[in-house]
Design a protein around this ligand. Structure first.
Ligand SMILES: [Zn+2]
Length: 375
């Protein structure tokens, strides 16, 4: 991967449970590391890794008002395309508007609008590039539905045929923050006066009931979408069927090179992308995910997964005085003793499939390890 942009700094820096500093590792691998919008704008690459928040990126509405130091999804998309398109061999870019799902779980329509609009802007950036460049495939789709949002609800059973568009739209228009932003602006002051002030200023709701005020006062900041989302939904005519995922068909928008049309099975998306890239998935699977344990045992090695450090398990193969270690989820292999403590980089990762107990390795690394252990 040449360009990775998003959030979750605390999962890579020294706050990790195992104390590893993976941000230092990124620098050693040649990535330019950036942590805010200005640094991203100035980054020249070719390899860039950007983390813009300890946990998740802000919703777009909240980003504009509360976290302008973070880049927008469209800005990240534009930068990623600028960097990746320098490669004459072409590129693959995946862009996710991931918090649309979070807002749907919370039944917060403002979160959905905020981040669906941000995703739409990002798709626009990709389409601009594809139109100029040609020879490019752009796909935009959801990986699943969530929340079962509807325009019209049980509350409109008797009135739907006469409801004007304004009944849907007008209650939503004044909102300038998502529920998460409301939680942030409220901060520690959960007095009734502050709740009424913030909900009026940023959500356009000035008729909170006493029960609604009490519900907001009792909700932790990180869950505020769940409290205020349903409040604005009921003032509009938006219905929700669940706080979980739903199974209906989804829209697939496609543009450009051999674009798919019609009804497409979700697993076909991978094949469509592979075809566009000229990648043979079967061949890539064979070379990157060879089953390790039977092959290592076949040369007489004792093989086990060392889980003594649960965060950093290691596949170990031993025979005689030779030990080969494959830390899980890393592209490293360590061999000892020989030229003691030798460490090599592999072309892929060591993967443990927890359910089956099978471990997969890049084929080349597995063949080399088998050769070494067979001696
Ligand atoms: Zn979800």
């Amino acid at each position: 991967m040449d360009v990775v942009l998003g959030a979750g700094t605390r999962y890579l820096d020294t706050r990790r449970a195992d104390g590893e500093n993976l941000i230092a590792v990124l620098a050693s691998l040649g990535y330019q590391y950036v942590s805010n919008r200005a640094e991203l704008a100035a980054a020249t690459g070719p390899k860039v890794w950007g983390l813009f928040s300890d946990e998740a990126m802000a919703y777009e509405f909240d980003r504009q008002m509360l976290h302008p130091e973070q880049p927008s999804l469209a800005e990240m998309t534009r930068k990623a395309i600028d960097l990746l398109s320098a490669d004459p061999g072409g590129f693959f870019l995946m862009v996710e508007g991931s918090k649309v799902d979070w807002a749907d779980h919370a039944n917060d329509p403002i979160g959905v609008i905020s981040d669906l609009a941000a995703f739409d802007d990002a798709v626009g950036v990709a389409l601009d590039y594809a139109e100029k460049k040609g020879n490019t495939l752009v796909l935009a789709f959801s990986d699943h539905g969530c929340g079962g949002m509807s325009l019209g609800s049980k509350a409109t059973d008797a009135t739907y045929s006469k409801l004007p568009l304004e009944a849907l739209v007008d209650p939503l228009l004044p909102a300038t923050l998502t529920g998460e932003g409301i939680g942030e602006v409220l901060g520690g002051d959960r007095s009734e006066a502050n709740i009424r002030r913030v909900m009026s200023a940023h959500y356009g709701i000035s008729d909170l009931t006493a029960a609604e005020v009490a519900a907001i006062a009792a909700t932790p900041a990180g869950s505020m979408n769940y409290a205020v989302g349903p409040m604005i939904s009921s003032r509009s005519v938006i219905g929700w069927t669940t706080s979980g995922h739903v199974g209906e068909d989804l829209f697939l928008y496609s543009y450009g090179l051999n674009k798919p049309l019609g009804l497409v099975e979700n697993t076909e998306i991978a094949e469509i992308c592979a075809d566009a890239l000229g990648v043979d998935l079967d061949q890539a699977t064979a070379s990157l995910y060879a089953e390790a344990i039977p092959a290592l045992e076949a040369v007489g090695a004792t093989v086990f997964v060392d889980a003594s450090e649960p965060q950093n398990k290691v596949l170990v193969a031993q025979k005689g005085s030779t030990t080969v270690m494959f830390p899980l989820d890393k592209n490293l292999v360590e061999v000892s003793p020989g030229a003691a403590g030798r460490s090599f980089t592999m072309e892929g990762l060591t993967i443990l499939a927890e359910k089956t107990g099978k471990v997969y390795l890049p084929q080349n690394a597995l063949l080399s390890a088998c050769k070494l252990l067979a001696r």
